[in-house]
Design a protein around this ligand. Structure first.
Ligand SMILES: [Zn+2]
Length: 266
Protein backbone atom coordinates (compact mmCIF):
# COMPACT_ATOMS: atom_id res chain seq x y z
CA UNK A 1 0.00 0.00 0.00
CA UNK A 2 2.73 2.56 0.64
CA UNK A 3 2.44 5.09 -2.19
CA UNK A 4 4.18 8.43 -2.60
CA UNK A 5 2.71 10.13 0.52
CA UNK A 6 3.39 7.12 2.75
CA UNK A 7 6.96 6.72 1.47
CA UNK A 8 7.43 10.42 2.24
CA UNK A 9 6.61 9.50 5.85
CA UNK A 10 9.24 6.75 5.78
CA UNK A 11 11.73 9.31 4.53
CA UNK A 12 10.95 11.64 7.40
CA UNK A 13 11.25 8.76 9.83
CA UNK A 14 14.59 7.62 8.41
CA UNK A 15 15.91 11.19 8.46
CA UNK A 16 14.80 11.67 12.06
CA UNK A 17 16.25 8.43 13.39
CA UNK A 18 19.02 6.94 11.30
CA UNK A 19 21.25 9.49 9.55
CA UNK A 20 24.94 10.10 10.36
CA UNK A 21 25.42 6.98 12.48
CA UNK A 22 28.09 4.47 11.66
CA UNK A 23 26.71 1.16 10.45
CA UNK A 24 28.37 -1.71 12.27
CA UNK A 25 26.51 -4.68 10.93
CA UNK A 26 23.79 -5.59 8.42
CA UNK A 27 21.66 -8.65 9.09
CA UNK A 28 19.47 -10.09 6.36
CA UNK A 29 16.96 -12.61 7.64
CA UNK A 30 15.44 -13.45 4.26
CA UNK A 31 17.65 -13.24 1.15
CA UNK A 32 14.61 -13.08 -1.13
CA UNK A 33 14.01 -9.45 -0.15
CA UNK A 34 17.34 -8.42 -1.69
CA UNK A 35 17.46 -7.35 -5.30
CA UNK A 36 20.60 -7.94 -7.37
CA UNK A 37 22.86 -8.18 -4.36
CA UNK A 38 23.83 -10.90 -1.87
CA UNK A 39 23.64 -10.41 1.90
CA UNK A 40 27.46 -10.53 2.03
CA UNK A 41 27.84 -7.88 -0.68
CA UNK A 42 25.29 -5.62 0.99
CA UNK A 43 27.01 -6.07 4.35
CA UNK A 44 30.36 -5.08 2.81
CA UNK A 45 28.87 -2.04 1.08
CA UNK A 46 27.34 -0.75 4.30
CA UNK A 47 29.94 -1.68 6.90
CA UNK A 48 31.54 1.35 8.53
CA UNK A 49 29.44 3.75 6.42
CA UNK A 50 26.88 6.32 7.43
CA UNK A 51 23.60 7.20 5.76
CA UNK A 52 24.16 10.85 4.96
CA UNK A 53 20.87 11.89 3.35
CA UNK A 54 17.82 10.38 1.74
CA UNK A 55 15.83 11.00 -1.40
CA UNK A 56 12.33 9.80 -2.16
CA UNK A 57 11.60 9.11 -5.81
CA UNK A 58 8.12 7.78 -6.49
CA UNK A 59 7.65 4.86 -4.12
CA UNK A 60 11.39 4.35 -3.67
CA UNK A 61 13.43 5.57 -0.75
CA UNK A 62 17.14 5.93 -1.42
CA UNK A 63 19.68 6.68 1.29
CA UNK A 64 23.12 7.88 0.25
CA UNK A 65 26.21 6.53 1.99
CA UNK A 66 29.03 8.82 3.02
CA UNK A 67 32.18 9.18 0.87
CA UNK A 68 30.06 8.70 -2.26
CA UNK A 69 29.65 5.07 -1.24
CA UNK A 70 26.44 4.63 -3.25
CA UNK A 71 22.83 4.32 -2.23
CA UNK A 72 20.81 1.91 -0.11
CA UNK A 73 17.54 1.47 -1.99
CA UNK A 74 14.26 0.49 -0.36
CA UNK A 75 10.90 -0.33 -1.90
CA UNK A 76 8.08 -1.02 0.53
CA UNK A 77 5.81 -3.23 -1.56
CA UNK A 78 2.36 -3.66 -0.03
CA UNK A 79 3.21 -4.01 3.64
CA UNK A 80 6.68 -2.53 4.12
CA UNK A 81 7.66 -0.43 7.12
CA UNK A 82 10.65 0.97 8.98
CA UNK A 83 11.22 0.77 12.72
CA UNK A 84 14.08 2.26 14.67
CA UNK A 85 15.06 1.08 18.11
CA UNK A 86 17.65 2.58 20.44
CA UNK A 87 18.17 -0.63 22.31
CA UNK A 88 19.17 -4.16 21.59
CA UNK A 89 15.61 -5.41 21.88
CA UNK A 90 14.39 -8.24 19.67
CA UNK A 91 13.78 -6.91 16.12
CA UNK A 92 10.09 -6.42 15.22
CA UNK A 93 8.22 -9.32 13.57
CA UNK A 94 8.79 -9.68 9.81
CA UNK A 95 12.09 -7.78 9.94
CA UNK A 96 13.90 -8.70 6.73
CA UNK A 97 16.93 -6.42 6.97
CA UNK A 98 18.38 -4.96 10.15
CA UNK A 99 21.04 -2.24 10.23
CA UNK A 100 22.89 -2.14 13.53
CA UNK A 101 24.63 1.14 14.31
CA UNK A 102 27.77 1.66 16.35
CA UNK A 103 25.81 3.75 18.87
CA UNK A 104 23.61 0.75 19.71
CA UNK A 105 20.60 1.75 17.59
CA UNK A 106 18.95 -0.50 15.01
CA UNK A 107 16.92 0.24 11.92
CA UNK A 108 14.59 -2.55 10.82
CA UNK A 109 13.20 -2.84 7.30
CA UNK A 110 10.02 -4.81 7.80
CA UNK A 111 7.96 -6.57 5.18
CA UNK A 112 5.20 -9.01 5.94
CA UNK A 113 5.07 -10.20 2.38
CA UNK A 114 7.98 -10.26 -0.03
CA UNK A 115 6.67 -7.64 -2.45
CA UNK A 116 9.13 -4.86 -1.75
CA UNK A 117 12.91 -5.04 -1.99
CA UNK A 118 16.14 -3.76 -0.56
CA UNK A 119 18.98 -3.11 -2.96
CA UNK A 120 22.05 -1.06 -3.66
CA UNK A 121 22.78 1.50 -6.36
CA UNK A 122 26.17 2.98 -7.22
CA UNK A 123 24.47 5.91 -8.89
CA UNK A 124 20.88 7.00 -8.29
CA UNK A 125 20.12 8.34 -11.75
CA UNK A 126 21.56 5.29 -13.47
CA UNK A 127 19.61 3.05 -11.16
CA UNK A 128 16.32 4.82 -11.88
CA UNK A 129 16.99 4.80 -15.62
CA UNK A 130 17.90 1.10 -15.51
CA UNK A 131 14.64 0.32 -13.74
CA UNK A 132 12.77 2.55 -16.21
CA UNK A 133 11.36 4.61 -13.35
CA UNK A 134 9.67 7.73 -14.67
CA UNK A 135 9.68 11.20 -13.11
CA UNK A 136 8.38 11.58 -9.59
CA UNK A 137 4.69 12.52 -9.67
CA UNK A 138 5.35 15.56 -7.47
CA UNK A 139 8.68 16.65 -8.94
CA UNK A 140 8.91 20.39 -9.60
CA UNK A 141 10.15 19.74 -13.11
CA UNK A 142 7.25 17.44 -14.05
CA UNK A 143 5.29 20.04 -15.96
CA UNK A 144 1.88 19.69 -17.56
CA UNK A 145 3.58 19.54 -20.96
CA UNK A 146 5.83 16.70 -19.83
CA UNK A 147 2.87 14.85 -18.38
CA UNK A 148 1.01 15.28 -21.64
CA UNK A 149 4.00 13.90 -23.55
CA UNK A 150 4.23 10.88 -21.28
CA UNK A 151 0.59 10.00 -21.92
CA UNK A 152 0.78 10.73 -25.63
CA UNK A 153 0.43 7.67 -27.83
CA UNK A 154 -0.69 5.44 -24.94
CA UNK A 155 -3.80 3.48 -25.72
CA UNK A 156 -4.33 1.82 -22.36
CA UNK A 157 -6.90 2.55 -19.70
CA UNK A 158 -6.13 5.53 -17.50
CA UNK A 159 -5.94 3.83 -14.15
CA UNK A 160 -3.22 1.29 -14.98
CA UNK A 161 -1.32 4.01 -16.83
CA UNK A 162 -1.30 6.21 -13.74
CA UNK A 163 -0.05 3.24 -11.73
CA UNK A 164 2.66 2.43 -14.26
CA UNK A 165 5.83 3.65 -12.55
CA UNK A 166 7.56 4.28 -15.85
CA UNK A 167 4.89 6.84 -16.83
CA UNK A 168 4.99 8.70 -13.51
CA UNK A 169 6.43 7.34 -10.27
CA UNK A 170 4.61 7.31 -6.96
CA UNK A 171 0.97 6.59 -7.75
CA UNK A 172 -0.56 3.27 -6.74
CA UNK A 173 -4.02 1.75 -6.58
CA UNK A 174 -5.39 3.99 -3.83
CA UNK A 175 -4.26 7.44 -4.93
CA UNK A 176 -5.10 6.63 -8.56
CA UNK A 177 -8.74 6.34 -7.44
CA UNK A 178 -8.49 9.70 -5.66
CA UNK A 179 -7.07 11.58 -8.63
CA UNK A 180 -9.42 10.02 -11.16
CA UNK A 181 -12.33 10.98 -8.96
CA UNK A 182 -11.04 14.53 -8.51
CA UNK A 183 -10.62 14.84 -12.29
CA UNK A 184 -14.11 13.33 -12.76
CA UNK A 185 -12.72 10.68 -15.10
CA UNK A 186 -13.83 7.06 -15.29
CA UNK A 187 -10.93 4.73 -14.41
CA UNK A 188 -11.38 2.83 -17.68
CA UNK A 189 -11.20 5.89 -19.91
CA UNK A 190 -8.68 5.23 -22.64
CA UNK A 191 -5.73 7.58 -22.53
CA UNK A 192 -5.89 8.28 -26.25
CA UNK A 193 -9.50 9.47 -25.89
CA UNK A 194 -8.57 12.24 -23.47
CA UNK A 195 -8.90 15.78 -24.70
CA UNK A 196 -6.33 18.42 -23.80
CA UNK A 197 -8.57 19.85 -21.12
CA UNK A 198 -9.08 16.42 -19.46
CA UNK A 199 -5.32 15.76 -19.42
CA UNK A 200 -4.81 19.06 -17.68
CA UNK A 201 -7.54 18.22 -15.15
CA UNK A 202 -5.86 14.89 -14.46
CA UNK A 203 -2.45 16.50 -14.05
CA UNK A 204 -3.81 19.05 -11.59
CA UNK A 205 -5.75 16.44 -9.63
CA UNK A 206 -2.64 14.23 -9.44
CA UNK A 207 -0.51 17.02 -8.05
CA UNK A 208 -3.20 18.33 -5.70
CA UNK A 209 -4.21 14.93 -4.31
CA UNK A 210 -0.63 13.93 -3.54
CA UNK A 211 0.28 17.33 -2.14
CA UNK A 212 -2.81 17.29 0.09
CA UNK A 213 -1.91 13.82 1.38
CA UNK A 214 1.61 15.02 2.17
CA UNK A 215 0.19 18.01 3.95
CA UNK A 216 -1.71 15.78 6.40
CA UNK A 217 1.21 13.34 6.77
CA UNK A 218 -0.74 10.70 4.81
CA UNK A 219 -3.40 10.61 7.53
CA UNK A 220 -6.64 10.50 5.52
CA UNK A 221 -8.70 11.23 8.60
CA UNK A 222 -7.37 14.79 8.37
CA UNK A 223 -8.38 15.33 4.74
CA UNK A 224 -11.37 17.55 4.15
CA UNK A 225 -14.69 15.92 3.31
CA UNK A 226 -14.43 16.54 -0.44
CA UNK A 227 -11.59 14.03 -0.73
CA UNK A 228 -12.37 10.58 -2.02
CA UNK A 229 -10.06 8.41 0.10
CA UNK A 230 -11.82 8.80 3.47
CA UNK A 231 -15.08 7.80 1.74
CA UNK A 232 -13.42 5.00 -0.25
CA UNK A 233 -12.24 3.63 3.05
CA UNK A 234 -15.36 4.59 5.00
CA UNK A 235 -19.01 5.10 4.05
CA UNK A 236 -18.37 4.27 0.38
CA UNK A 237 -20.49 7.19 -0.76
CA UNK A 238 -19.54 9.88 -3.24
CA UNK A 239 -18.43 13.07 -1.46
CA UNK A 240 -19.96 15.10 -4.30
CA UNK A 241 -23.38 13.52 -4.97
CA UNK A 242 -23.72 11.02 -2.09
CA UNK A 243 -24.34 8.12 -4.46
CA UNK A 244 -23.04 4.74 -3.33
CA UNK A 245 -19.64 4.19 -4.92
CA UNK A 246 -19.30 1.69 -7.71
CA UNK A 247 -16.75 -1.08 -7.32
CA UNK A 248 -14.98 -2.89 -10.11
CA UNK A 249 -11.62 -4.37 -11.03
CA UNK A 250 -9.37 -2.55 -13.42
CA UNK A 251 -6.22 -4.43 -14.45
CA UNK A 252 -6.90 -6.79 -11.57
CA UNK A 253 -7.01 -4.08 -8.91
CA UNK A 254 -10.03 -3.14 -6.83
CA UNK A 255 -11.30 0.20 -8.03
CA UNK A 256 -13.92 2.46 -6.52
CA UNK A 257 -15.51 5.33 -8.38
CA UNK A 258 -18.76 7.27 -8.66
CA UNK A 259 -20.76 6.19 -11.68
CA UNK A 260 -22.56 9.52 -11.74
CA UNK A 261 -19.60 11.88 -11.34
CA UNK A 262 -17.14 9.77 -13.33
CA UNK A 263 -19.09 8.86 -16.42
CA UNK A 264 -17.93 5.86 -18.39
CA UNK A 265 -16.70 7.07 -21.76
CA UNK A 266 -19.02 6.34 -24.67
ZN1 LIG B 1 -20.84 11.35 -7.39
Amino acid sequence: MPELPEVAQFKRYLDATSLHQQIERTSVTDDRILEDISPQQLGRRLKGRRLERSVRHGKLLLAELDDAGGWLVMHFGMTGDLRYSKTNAEPPPYTKVLLSFANGGHLAYISRRLLGFVGFAKDMDEFLAGKKVGPDALADDLTLEMFRDRLAGRKGKLKPLLMNQSVVAGVGNIYADEMLYQARLHPETRADRLGDEAVERLYRSMRQSLAAALEVDADWGRLTDDFFLPHRDGDRRCPNCDRELGRTKVAGRTTLFCSRCQKRPA
